[in-house]
Write a protein that binds this ligand. Sequence first.
Ligand code: LHQ
Length: 261
Amino acid sequence: MSYTTLLTDLADGVMTLTLNRPEVLNAFNDQMAEEVQDALKKTERDEAVRCLVLTGAGKGFCAGQDLGALRSRDEAVSFREHLGRTYNPIVSKLRAIEKPVIGQINGAAAGAGLGIALACDLRYAAEGAKFRMAFSGIGLAPDSGTSFFLPRLIGYARAYEMAITNQPITAEQALGWGMVNAVFPADQLAAAVRELALKLAQAPTQAFGLTKRAMNKAFQFTIEEALDYEAHVQEIAGRTADYKEGVAAFLDKRAPRFAGK
Ligand code: LHQ
């Protein structure tokens, strides 16, 4: 599948996917939703990819649903059907991919675009990026995982306030609230993400994947269940080549060379 709304770049174990509809701040039309899903499936399967970076072309990260594209549909739109075909599988896949996913938040993230940013494992944002729920502005309730991620990341009161006031949050506020991991001057963001991504792409990818799996599940676990699940994933991690290499490198007093296997 060749893409028209998405740029892909795979180098040194890092896959970078760039949403590419800059004239609408990378708002989604159906084509982009399909292409992103295709690219995420390939990213998940491809062993050469050990870290994923998701970003936007131009001055926005992603403004969510392209409202123009929605209005120009002639059939009556079922929102349940639309979400089930577009954002829900994208958000689920970002959580399921057992490799680190970095959101390089270069500009505004709103609506489903906010949900996609929050579904990434880490968020590095540009100064000047803003985060907006957007849904209530057009008379809707949260979707694309925003009602799930936001209260967990920043607490209920702030999340509900963001939803009902529709006030954009600055990158600095987002950092203070724990919604993003770090903020950089816009012209330094890509280099900072690149440096981190290259490091992650040389790390024990299996262990990182198992870490994500365990932490995803832990939200619903009791402590006993969490301990049991940790024992389960550690059994798997302990059988990887990277575990053997990590211990050998430690004992040899040298840097480990992790193959991601
Ligand atoms: C846009 C958009 C946009 C088209 C900016 N579409 N053009 C989907 C459907 C079904 C069921 C329910 O759920 C969903 C999921 C959703 O995502 S619903 C929420 C949809 N998104 C929004 O309502 C966000 C609307 N946009 C904004 O709030 C602002 O534009 C943000 C905060 C993203 C950025 O603000 P600014 O930096 O001030 O930029 P701007 O507002 O000046 O926008 C720049 C251009 O992008 C402008 O076009 P123009 O031709 O005037 O330069 C906007 O019209 C266009 N644009 N968002 N979603």
